[in-house]
Design a protein around this ligand. Structure first.
Ligand code: ADP
Length: 747
């Protein structure tokens, strides 16, 4: 019988468990929960094997310390195991679980799982007083225990590769699943194109078409079938065949159809991959292959995004739990507008289930209405992108001549954005002009009309097909640019680029009094791996670069298992520390040096002290990430030499300057999706400007969850021109979390 437990009001004891389907990033969340709890003075337990472990107790509920979550950030799955527990669905099971918790003195629980797991947590929490009363009646606990533990506080963290949870923009695991899907579809597309074959790719998502829809956007697939929006005609098969046949006729070499596992027709009948295969084989008269991606989507190393999302959610879950009052309703930690927020758990669960129910009841409009607005926009955009050819131009329609160029260093996602811009523009009936080699090409008159198929395959390509450079026009370039604009009658301009692209556009704006040709609407779309552009919290390319950094650092870390070694990794970013900080957070670096703060001698001395102390106490690997411009005096080589000298006999040091591998490679799904979304809005904005006779010069950006256009006249006010970065950098506030994750309280 439990008689004595520790005073719950003095030291908080909390537990964490993972439940339901596993998702990459769960480990990052566990690590964050454990380390945050330790930092805030709480005792933290892991419950192994989901709710089963809660019922089984004993060795399934174990105290965790700092090192027990070391080295797990980069691992897929969940190190504490997960399960679907039938016993937890029974009252008897939950009574045992309650007994085990009070036996350990635990009165707060963090559940990392899908909506099912969170429902279970809520049932448990609402029954808690009754469960304790039953335990008291059964003589299993004393009255003192029931008064000590009058309630159980619950905090949920949603982990689900399906991204099917209402209220949060992203759930842990969804971004990684999209990585797996894009890798697979990119690979399939190349073989499909070689043989002119059609492929049906089946992806996960029983009640949520997120992976299928955004997978299709990211890979440039040609058709998609999702649960929320079945084809709105009875003869969907004919429509699909007709469209794909038209695509072939227009010269498309591959046909990729993405099918969500929960896709169905208007009558609610599931559409299987073999159904689609048969329909297409008969309709197209060609070989159709099926690839069912299955559990590959769930597995593997979590993406940079998922690691950071999970870390921030886990951190916030602990803070929420430790400050919870007994009367507080349970919350789930989610992400909205790029910020971590607390949401009412039950309301979100109910709305999540309402979508499932709406789909089951064939209320598809309702199901769609409950999805995030970005889901609708994506679906709308996809309908345009999958067309074989644009809609015919309406009679009497004014056709604007819209130029598209890339400027600045190459950023993965530039091609995706250009493709979306060209196709959206053409589909709206306008003439799209591709300008080669940035503003230099514009000065030289390198302008070409783009047609629908000229951008085929660009969705997944890194680099810049149009060509880009960092040339900022001045002097006679400006005359040449004005002449090109006039000669080609360019009536609006989309600049997909980085800092030098923005400065070039700002220059044209300022030169308007001298060059009337510059009086056209212009919009800048942020594309830079540095994420240093004003007006947007994120620029395309940065997520890919971050994943490149994470991939490289994971390998570097693995190379050092047998030695006591510290790595100093130098990353790009110019004068913006975004990649360094987010890369550090995603790889578990113990020290991150940012250009915003610089490096002092005292910092380096402290590093040497901490590294020496750490290695002498059993640590095997050290990781310091520095931005390339963090300090002129204390270069990467200097830092390494200093650490090496001071750490002699205790640890050795290696440097890794990651260089241009960060800029290369195909864009990540996140970058492709953002690029497509922004490009569409930019083209619509330019068309709107022309229709209204306006000539605004603006930059588009993601801010506070909204996509806004900022007036480029404010460029100098929004930017720190000396350091070439925005004045306001939202991500700097994440420094504290990065510090907590890497520094046990005693150091
Ligand atoms: P997910 O969390 O991934 O949605 P499930 O729906 O399978 O996965 O739920 C995981 C576990 O949560 C279940 O096996 C069960 O133990 C628990 N659970 C789900 N719903 C309830 C419920 N209504 N009451 C008690 N436990 C539940």
């Amino acid at each position: 019988m439990v008689q004595e437990t520790m005073d719950a009001s003095k030291t908080k004891r909390i537990a964490v468990l993972t439940s339901g389907g596993d998702a990459p990033g769960m480990n990052a969340a566990i690590r964050a929960v454990v380390r945050t709890a330790i930092t805030y003075g709480a005792q933290v337990y892991a419950v192994y094997e989901g709710y089963n472990g809660l019922i089984w107790g004993g060795r399934y509920i174990r105290p965790m310390d700092w090192d027990s979550v070391g080295g797990i950030l980069q691992q897929g799955g969940t190190i504490i195991g997960t399960a679907r527990s039938e016993e937890f669905r029974t009252r008897a099971g939950r009574r045992k679980a309650a007994l085990n918790l009070v036996q350990h003195g635990i009165n707060g629980l963090i559940v990392i799982g899908g909506d099912g797991s969170l429902i279970g947590a809520n049932v448990f929490r609402s029954e808690w007083p009754e469960l304790l009363r039953e335990l008291l009646e059964g003589g299993e606990v004393t009255a003192k225990v029931t008064t000590e533990y009058p309630n159980l506080n619950i905090v949920g963290v949603v982990a689900s590769i399906d991204n099917d949870f209402y209220g949060t923009e992203m759930t842990i695991g969804a971004d990684t699943a999209l990585h797996r899907i894009t890798e697979a579809v990119d690979a399939i597309a190349s073989t499909a194109a070689s043989h002119q074959r059609t492929f049906v790719v089946k992806v996960m998502g029983r009640n949520c078409g997120y992976l299928a829809l955004f997978g299709a956007i990211a890979t440039g697939a040609d058709w998609v079938l999702i649960p929320e929006s079945p084809p709105d005609v009875e003869n969907w098969q004919e429509v699909m065949v007709k469209r794909l046949r038209a695509g072939r006729k227009a010269g498309r070499r591959d046909n990729i159809v993405i099918l969500a596992e929960g896709a169905r027709d208007r009558n609610g009948k599931y559409i299987g991959s073999s159904d689609v295969q048969r329909v297409l084989e008969e309709g197209l008269g060609e070989e159709v292959r099926v690839t069912v991606l299955g559990h590959v989507q769930r597995g593997g190393r979590p993406s940079a995004y998922d690691r950071n999302l999970a870390t921030l959610l886990g951190y916030q879950a602990v803070r929420t739990l430790l400050s919870a009052r007994p009367e507080d309703e349970p919350v789930v930690i989610g992400m909205q507008a790029n910020r971590i927020i607390r949401l009412p758990l039950m309301e979100c669960v109910q709305n999540t289930q309402a979508v499932t129910q709406a789909i089951e009841e064939k209320h598809y409009e309702k199901a769609m209405a409950l999805r995030d607005p970005s889901f609708h926009d994506a679906f709308d955009t996809l309908k345009t992108m999958v067309r074989a050819l644009p809609h015919p131009v309406e009679e009497g329609q004014r056709r604007f001549r819209i130029g598209v160029l890339n400027a600045g260093a190459p950023a993965p996602g530039m091609n995706t954005a250009a493709r979306a811009a060209v196709r959206i523009g053409l589909d709206r009936g306008h003439i799209m002009l591709g300008i080669s080699n940035g503003f230099e090409g514009l000065a030289k008159g390198q302008v070409q009309e783009m047609d629908w198929t000229s951008v085929s395959g660009w969705a997944s390509l890194g680099g810049s097909m149009l060509g880009t450079n960092r040339v900022i026009p001045k002097g006679k370039d400006l005359y040449s640019i004005a002449r090109t604009i006039e000669d080609h009658n360019i009536e609006a301009l989309l600049v997909i680029g980085g800092w030098s692209g923005y400065v070039s556009v700002y220059t044209l704006l300022q030169e308007r009094p001298n060059f009337p040709a510059f009086n056209i609407p212009i919009v800048c779309l942020p594309a830079s791996i540095n994420n240093n552009l004003p007006g947007s919290e994120l620029s395309i390319g940065a997520d890919t670069a971050l994943n490149n950094i994470v991939d490289a650092v994971d390998k570097i870390k693995q190379s050092a298992v047998a030695t006591r070694r510290c790595f100093v990794v130098e990353v790009m970013g110019h004068n913006c520390g975004y990649l360094a900080l987010m890369g550090g957070l995603a790889t578990g670096a113990e020290r991150v040096y940012l250009p915003e703060e610089g490096i002092t001698l005292a910092d380096l001395q402290e590093d040497v002290r901490n590294l020496t102390h750490g290695f002498l106490s059993g640590k095997r690997l050290g990781l310091v990430i520095r931005n390339e411009y963090a300090s002129k005096a204390y270069s990467t080589h200097f830092m390494c030499a200093l650490y090496e000298e001071e750490g002699k006999g205790v640890f050795d040091v290696r440097s890794a300057i990651l260089g241009h591998l960060q800029q290369g490679g195909n864009p990540s799904p996140f970058d492709r999706i953002l690029a497509t979304r922004l490009a569409r809005l930019c083209i619509e904005h330019l068309i709107d400007q022309r229709e209204k006779g306006q000539t605004d010069v603006s930059c588009i950006g993601l801010q506070g969850g909204k996509i806004l256009f900022h007036d480029m006249r404010d460029f100098d006010r929004m930017s720190d021109l000396v350091h070439q970065r925005p004045r306001n950098q939202w991500w700097l506030q994440l420094k504290g979390v990065a510090h907590i994750m890497a520094h046990p309280p005693e150091t």
